[in-house]
Design a protein around this ligand. Sequence first.
Ligand code: HAM
Length: 434
Amino acid sequence: MKTLQVVKGMRDILPPESQWWRAVEGALIEVLESYGYREIRTPFLEPAELFARSLGEQTDIVEKEMYTFTDLDGGQLTLRPEGTASVVRAFVEQNLARRSPLHRFFYLGPMFRRERPQKGRFRQFSQLGAELIGAEAPAADVEVIDLLLGLAARAGLEKLSLEINSLGCPVCRGGYRGALVEYLQSRRDRLCQDCLRRLQTNPLRVLDCKQEACRQVADSAPHTIDFLCPACREHFQGVMDGLQALAIPCHLNHRLVRGLDYYTRTAFELQAQSLGAQSAVAGGGRYDGLIEAMGGPKTPAVGFAIGLDRLLMMAAEKGLPPPVASDVFVAVQAPGCWSEAYRLMRELRQAGLRVECDARMGSLKSQLKRADNLGTPLAVILGEEELAAGEVTLRDMRRGEPDEQKQRRVARQGLAQLLLAMFRGKGENITKQS
Ligand code: HAM
């Protein structure tokens, strides 16, 4: 029979790599919580209209990358391609502005974009995002950028470049757009087919086209920051001053426009050369008009999302940490002892120990061999003789000495407490009498 395969651009994450994902996610959540960010969980499915209205009809994502289907009742649903739109929907729908003037959210989970798969680019990928809602002042932009760098540092990433730009507000954007279109029209003959189309629909996107000829045209294009109105200029200066106060180096990138239409003012990306073509580990910016455009009260906001697949790829280049082994392996000498083994394992787990057994119920020898392969430091052996005496045998799996020296009998009663004390204090001598 033909075996089934995973969907193109999607993948399985197996242990021990999955354990490593969990550990990194846990460490990053600690950082987020230390900045006052709290988790928001939104559904993976949203009305298709949410993304068309927030990301923009003329973005790559909405034009060609969304997994959208017709539900049985005729509604159009989309697997979320990013998290900001959903956070904004929830904010407006739950009337969160009434609860507090300022909200700090983070989210973590799968996103779906039907892009062409390549190194670091998947059709299902994981994002960790943070959104600071309710603050217009540069201090908010500085906070989220500092947070992003704090997260990257916690993951051990090095040699990153923080790229920054200001896209202005709708007022100054109008002036910029006019100047850009005029400039691009004068160089139409050098633009690719896609950019000729973008020139009509979304000219800012020409600036981040990857084609070499378009890049050259973009290099000499007018700069957004030269068209900022006084308020946007002052805001951008405030952000740059804040970054300087924190000694955060950044590179003013005039071609950084981001691929989503909701951005205003500050836009930024964290890039890593080691990732090759898909160099952005994270991207974000300010979206002061989005909440109002989605039917909420006028509310400024700024945030970012990290691509966890890319972050972990970079961290993995330094070598994966060893897999997490169980603390105790319960081995059963005689078939009649399994009932007691079930009870003992439950008891040890409830006491907080990580406990495993060989559920194939084979010979004691094969069970201990498995414990050895797994790297479990300690085995608890249950045999008829021990149980009759109200005892169990402890076996130190890390010692290569003769059996008498690595094994000892202890009372079955109070075993959990004994093992906990051993693991807490004197891990090295787990079979020696204290
Ligand atoms: P984005 O730049 O589209 O921004 O995505 C953020 C990050 O997600 C990227 O820098 C990249 O690391 C990762 N990513 C995107 N697409 C893929 C893919 N196909 N495969 C693997 N990783 C990918 C946003 O999504 C905005 N919502 C960020 C934001 C939050 N802006 C304000 N708040």
